[in-house]
Write a protein that binds this ligand. Sequence first.
Ligand code: DAH
Length: 336
Amino acid sequence: MLEKIKTLIAEVELFSAKNLDELEEFRIRFLSKKGEVTQLFSEFRNVIPEQKKEFGQLLNDLKTKTQDRVNKLKEDLKNNEQSSSDLDLSLTADSQQQGSRHPITLVRNEIIDIFTRLGFTVSEGPEIEDDWHVFSALNFPPEHPARDMQDTFFIEKDPDILLRTHTSSVQVRVMEGQKPPIRTISPGRVFRNEAISARSHCIFHQIEGLYIDKDVSFADLKQTLLYFAKEFYGKDSKIRLRPSYFPFTEPSAEMDVSCSLCGGKGCNVCKYTGWLEVLGCGMIDPNVLESSGIDSSVYSGFAFGMGIERTTMLKHGIKDIRLFFKNDVRFFEQFQ
Ligand code: DAH
């Protein structure tokens, strides 16, 4: 009899239930009115007196162990059931937050796309430059105000090493390194010693265009820019060229495009004129061709340059250039 109780205790300790039904079966087998434990209690009076004490102790042990085991397993099964019901495998996964390209990159790529369709290549040059490539080779007179400390960040003086103030310096590098015909655009960062405000920054981006061949005329420049304006600002865009001055082009002009935000009717972005000033351009001055080793009696060409921040602001009606440098994702997300 004592052996039987000991075997039952071992069985209780090892028992586990897969579900509540199995556990209930186990409980009935041990603890119900006709169960093992109750039956053993009724055997108590037949146990010989010397064994009564041990029998009683073992039997109580069996009873409490069985009850504890049932309670513990019931608890475990309930917890499992709850955690598996919290987990709904058919739910769709959380969507991942997607990054977006910087608006300056998007607009730069769009401009590059437009000009590569016309057969332009893309060329780049260094941001740290010498006086020759930024000023002298581009026909800037020695006393020109753009060379002034107020505009240019100088790194070294005599010989002058500086941060380029415009991407026109890449024109010079291309002309020095390639023979015409040349058709290239040069995107890049430029630097000017200016106070940061809503309208200007000391670091910004430009795209430079350069076209050199035999018999290139002002009409070629105008058609190229009109094509760009229609592709970039919309097919109904008009352009106008106003006379201007740059040391490296003759004649020089500034191009306006009809305001794409109000369709030329007048709004606060175009200051109620219907026109936006978008770029500088002109026929390359023969002096510039000659100083880069290109025969100006055989070749002619045009050049143009525009600011990418400014172009992006005009296209999207953005009022503050500093937004491009603040890295606020709420701003960037609008340019997917
Ligand atoms: N480099 C000029 C600037 O930074 C822009 C420019 C004007 C570039 C006329 C040109 C050009 O190539 O022909 O303001």
